[in-house]
Write a protein that binds this ligand. Structure first.
Ligand SMILES: O=C(CO)COP(=O)(O)O
Length: 256
């Protein structure tokens, strides 16, 4: 069974006080079952949020991590350090990191394997650009990225991986993929996962949609058979809209 997931990617937003206020408001209002609610603040606030959310039904994600457990990597953060402050998930390969920080498919794969080995659950992001969509290359692009990210990951570990389809043209633009467009990609990917592993593994792996998700379009998106939740930017920065997304996810119920 795939429990719905609502993951808020706060990106490089919110000062310490704002981040704690938002975290506390979400902790108070989050449903206690039927959804996995996750928030990903900037790294600087992870420890404080880890304490604030310690007994709340809200899990903590980092927006990135290095693959090594420690070492001479100036400016980076290691999985064991993240775990220590309560982090459970790590977002990897977000298109903003691929675009602005040179994150490669090879690097995403290395980090995916490292996080799994270190007891953290990767949220692996991928998606096509507008040019790729218009050239009919959407499926080829996402299949390539997903296979690259999961290279060397066995079926047992794969069940701990969360995939997040984020069409680049839909991120922060207000342009959401239609539920049909998103389902087409998610359904296709479920087939890729079945080919890569087996039916039970493919059915166990959550595939989130991201890109201008908000309360007004989420019910239709998560109503699709292979859309298991949302990776949400802008609409996750207000407690009210994030909690509304959580309630919509609970109403939808588990799948698979
Ligand atoms: O990039 C995203 C989440 O990781 C999506 O951002 P928006 O929800 O702001 O479009």
């Amino acid at each position: 069974m795939r429990t719905p997931i609502v993951a808020g990617n706060w990106k490089m937003n919110l000062g310490r006080r704002e981040a704690l206020e938002l975290g506390r408001a979400i902790a108070e209002g989050a449903p206690t079952q039927g959804v996995t609610a996750i928030v990903a603040p900037v790294a600087l606030h992870l420890a404080a949020l880890g304490e604030a959310l310690a007994s709340a039904p809200v899990l903590l994600a980092s927006q990135n991590a290095h693959w090594a457990e420690s070492g001479a990597y100036t400016g980076e953060l290691a999985g064991p350090m993240l775990r220590e402050v309560g982090v459970r998930y790590v977002i990897l390969g977000h298109s903003e990191r691929r675009q602005y920080f040179g994150e490669s498919d090879e690097g995403v794969n290395r980090k995916t394997r490292a996080m799994l080995a270190q007891g953290l659950r990767p949220i692996v992001c991928f998606g096509e650009s507008l040019e790729e969509r218009e050239a009919g290359q959407t499926q080829a692009k996402v299949e390539f990225q997903v296979r690259a990210a999961l290279a060397g990951v066995g079926a047992e570990d794969a069940k701990d991986v969360v995939l997040a389809y984020e069409p680049i043209w839909a991120i922060g633009t207000g342009k959401t993929a239609s539920p049909e467009q998103a389902q087409e990609v998610h359904g296709f990917l479920r087939g890729v996962l079945e080919d890569l592993y087996d039916r039970a593994t493919a059915q166990a792996m959550p595939i989130l949609y991201g890109g201008s998700v908000k309360p007004s379009n989420f019910a239709e998106l998560i109503g699709q058979p292979d859309i298991d939740g949302g990776l949400v930017g802008g609409a996750s920065l207000k407690a009210e809209s994030f909690l509304e997304l959580c309630r919509i996810a609970v109403q939808q119920g588990p799948k698979g």
